[in-house]
Design a protein around this ligand. Structure first.
Ligand code: ADP
Length: 399
């Protein structure tokens, strides 16, 4: 089956057409500046010349129409008719407590999604626009929602509740949800395959380290704890996000600096993290260059990142009563060998040991453990789109 995977943002829309019979990407692309002047579609068909289509896109429906036209185009198209698209899989950021797995989208699901919008005001409304746009442009084609939060719905209350009055959970659903679930699910399943063991028998710590980073404890294939929380601001220090801080800092800084709720929210989400510490960049490559040039604050930012990831590795190894494998994924996890080495160094006492030569390999699925390591260290490039396509196919085919 060919599945169109859609990841709709407020003014952008990424897509991949995936053949789920062999997991090949048939075409992928990006619509930018939807609803803004200068909209353009960059279409990348596999094995053909890329195309850049500059055309106004007033809405997400306009964007989907252009995507379909590009997929059907005589020159850079990849399908003969729209009937070849068996289903559409949508990345949806927040499924709240309503969704513990992917679902076929119907009116009831859309209503539940609207209710979750309050929990992810920047993302869910855009995801819903993507869904409505596909319904309009591709009527009758089954649509599936795949949620970033769903994989973490297996956490127990002792892991997902905060130490605040229980009524706040009852009234406003304030609890840990966790994010990057599609990635954590994908890489933990790949890890089990790579290790040749049933996932039910494995304790895995998955480290998704990118602009946004999260660490998950996966016990027997289920998420039992994760570092992000009620929102993706919690957990490790990130590119521009603070990660966990003492909550008392928030009213203190608001008072001292005279900040509004909106301003403190922006400070913690956009001006903090390694950007805030270094005063230079949120990009780890820039920070490494600067640290190598002797910039102390860039080095401090990197050291803080390493330290915060270590904390979760120790915490989750204990929470699960052991660990069989540590998995690295996403931009930093897949590509930055020296960073991986510095992170796992702390865990040598529990049998983690990497092979420095294997650790030089970038962006490939590989076991980088030393031969005598008791705990495996793996690098597994994430593939959220493939996971979405496979979940979509399974639901549509009723498997
Ligand atoms: P996002 O959360 O936006 O999907 P990514 O997973 O793409 O982010 O990760 C972005 C981060 O990964 C950046 O800080 C970047 O410096 C780092 N990164 C990406 N590619 C490489 C690379 N080849 N070598 C080292 N770091 C990389």
């Amino acid at each position: 089956m060919k599945v169109l995977v859609i990841n709709a943002g407020s003014s952008s829309l990424k897509y991949q057409l995936i053949n789920t019979d062999n997991n090949d990407v048939i075409a992928k692309g990006l619509c930018e500046r939807i609803g803004i002047d200068g909209s353009k579609l960059t279409h990348k068909p596999t094995g053909k010349q890329n195309a850049e289509i500059v055309s106004p896109m007033a809405s997400h429906a306009d964007a989907i129409k252009l995507v379909i036209a590009a997929l059907l185009d005589k020159e850079h198209g990849v399908i003969g008719s729209m009937d070849e698209i068996g289903a559409v899989g949508h990345r949806v950021v927040h499924g709240g407590e309503a969704f513990s797995g992917s679902v076929i989208i119907d009116d009831e699901v859309k209503k539940a999604l609207e209710e979750c919008s309050e929990l992810a005001p920047l993302h869910n409304p855009a995801n819903l626009m993507g869904i409505s746009a596909c319904e309009e442009v591709m009527p009758g084609v089954p649509q599936v929602g795949v949620f970033d939060t769903a994989f973490h719905q297996t956490m127990k209350p002792e892991a997902y509740l905060y130490g605040i009055p229980y009524e706040l959970y009852e009234k406003h659903k304030i609890r840990k949800y966790g994010f990057h679930g599609t990635s954590h699910k994908y890489v933990s399943n790949r890890a089990a395959k790579l290790l040749g063991k049933p996932i039910e028998e494995l304790k895995i710590i998955t480290c998704h380290l990118g602009n946004g980073s999260s660490i998950t404890a996966v016990d027997g294939g289920k998420s039992v704890d994760t570092s992000m929380g009620f929102t993706p601001l919690a957990g490790v220090i990130m590119g521009t996000r603070s990660g966990v801080i003492d909550p008392a800092i928030i009213p203190f800084v608001m008072e001292k600096e005279g900040l509004s709720i909106k301003e403190i929210d922006e400070l913690l989400n956009k001006k903090s993290g390694v950007l805030g510490i270094s005063g230079l960049s949120s990009d780890f490559r820039d920070l490494e260059t600067e640290a190598n040039n002797g910039n102390e604050r860039a080095k401090l930012a990197l050291d803080m990142f390493i330290n915060s990831v270590k904390r979760y590795i120790g915490y989750y190894a204990c929470a699960m009563g052991g660990v069989d494998a540590i998995v690295f994924t996403a931009g930093i996890g897949e590509n930055n060998g020296p960073m991986r080495a510095q992170i796992v160094e702390c865990a040598e006492f529990m049998g983690v040991k990497i092979d420095p030569e294997k650790n030089k390999i970038r962006g490939e699925e590989i076991d980088i453990s030393a031969p005598d390591a008791k705990v495996k260290t793996l690098v597994i490039p994430t593939n959220e789109e493939l996971m979405i396509a496979l979940d979509t196919k399974a639901l549509v085919e009723g498997k």
